[in-house]
Each structure stands twice: as structure tokens, then as C-alpha cells.
Design a protein around this ligand. Structure first.
Ligand SMILES: O=C(O)CCC(=O)C(=O)O
Length: 213
């Protein structure tokens, strides 16, 4: 499938969007929220294509020493078959498909950073989320930007400071980009809270940089 061209009103053409240069955090890291960077039509089409084409698999997490398969599905793509270990399991990256290659290019241009891999998460509805964590695995380049693209249902995304427990949240819209930069992973946890109000699915893509090659 070929990447989707811009087919309708350019995103950001609304009068007042979020300011992507503003920092959502009070300090100890930088989080920029760009709002939608895709038109609704393109975001819908990327959502449908990724839902159909990606080889989604359950994730594994360890809770109180027990290995549990998640209802949330994941997939991992990259420039090479990088190994990435978390919760005691090593995953190997799949080669980019056409949609992901196009999204990677757009996100690199928009965020001003380069990425070599992408973790995808599929949440079927608000009963699935992600608990507090940092993206600080040893395979990830320290302090490198992590770019998160949201497709599908709007979800709340929260940050909690590791020392002060200060929190802040943002609503991630369909087609929206959020970028975590600098020391964010060192000082802040993030989570995608579960919500009974969310009945529709969502796909999240986090573009990252793997270093230990
Ligand atoms: O789905 C999201 O927006 C959060 C994903 C996330 O926290 C992660 O991939 O580390």
C-alpha cells in the first residue's frame, strides 16, 4: 500500500492549535504536544491500514513475579532486527512497512529528530492502558527524543515526577503528535490510564532510538 497523500484540509490550519514549543512539564524534562499533525482523513486511513497490516501480538508483563499476557497488542519495527528486552522478554524488530516509513519521515521532519525504531500498541478500548513507567531501557539512547503518534480514540496521558510526585496530563487526539525530550525519562514516569468512558480502539506509535547495536 502506498503512503497516503495529503487529501483534505492541512492539519494546523485551525485558528488556535496547541503551541508545540510550550513545555507541558514544569522542569526536569521537556514534553511538546503538537496536536493533530495529520488530517482526520489521513489519520483514519493510517489507523485502518495499521490495524489490518500489522502482525499484532499480545505483550507480556510481570506482575508480582507472575508473567501475564496483555489484552493490549504490540508490534515492534526498526531499521534492523534490533533486540529490545523488557519484562524479561526480548523482541526483534520487523522491517518497516510503507505506512510506517511515511509516518517516520513526517514525524522526523515535524519533531526535528531522527528515529531508528518504533513500538506500536493497540488498545481495544479504555479497559486497556499502560501503568506508570519510563522509557529508560538500556537499549534506548539516553535522553534521545521519543515521538508518540496517536490514532483512534482520544485518551488521557499522564506524567508523574519520580521525586516530587507532581502530575500533569494531556488529552491525546486522533492524529496527534507528542514528543518527550531531554531528561524526561530520567525524572518522570508516564502512563495511559484506563477509562470506562472510552469504548473505541486506539493505536499508539512511539518512535525511538536504539543504541546497543
Ligand atoms: O499509548 C500511549 O500513548 C503510551 C505508550 C507508552 O507509554 C509507551 O509506549 O511507553
Amino acid at each position: 500500500m502506498t503512503p497516503f497523500p495529503d487529501t483534505d484540509a492541512p492539519p494546523g490550519s485551525e485558528l488556535f492549535g496547541p503551541d508545540p514549543t510550550a513545555n507541558l512539564l514544569p522542569g526536569d524534562g521537556i514534553v511538546n504536544y503538537y496536536g493533530p499533525i495529520l488530517s482526520v482523513k489521513d489519520a483514519d486511513r493510517y489507523f485502518a491500514a495499521l490495524l489490518a497490516d500489522v502482525p499484532w501480538k499480545s505483550d507480556e508483563v510481570v506482575i508480582f513475579g507472575k508473567r501475564i499476557e496483555t489484552a493490549r497488542k504490540v508490534a515492534w519495527f526498526g531499521d534492523s532486527a534490533y533486540g529490545y528486552t523488557y519484562s524479561g522478554t526480548t523482541r526483534h524488530a520487523l522491517p518497516w512497512n510503507a505506512e510506517l516509513r511515511a509516518l517516520k519521515q513526517l514525524i522526523e521532519q515535524t519533531s526535528g529528530a531522527i528515529y531508528n525504531s518504533c513500538l506500536l500498541n493497540l488498545y481495544h478500548d479504555g479497559s486497556e492502558g499502560m501503568s506508570w513507567h519510563s522509557d529508560d531501557e538500556k537499549e534506548l539512547a539516553r535522553d534521545a527524543a521519543i515521538a508518540s503518534l496517536s490514532l483512534g480514540a482520544e485518551r488521557k496521558f499522564s506524567f508523574k515526577h519520580k521525586r516530587t510526585s507532581a502530575t500533569t496530563s494531556v488529552t491525546l487526539e486522533h492524529g496527534a503528535l507528542l514528543v518527550m525530550r531531554g531528561t524526561t525519562q530520567t525524572h518522570w514516569l508516564h502512563s495511559l490510564p484506563k477509562s470506562k468512558k472510552v469504548t473505541a480502539p486506539r493505536i499508539n506509535l512511539t518512535f525511538r532510538t536504539i543504541t546497543c547495536l
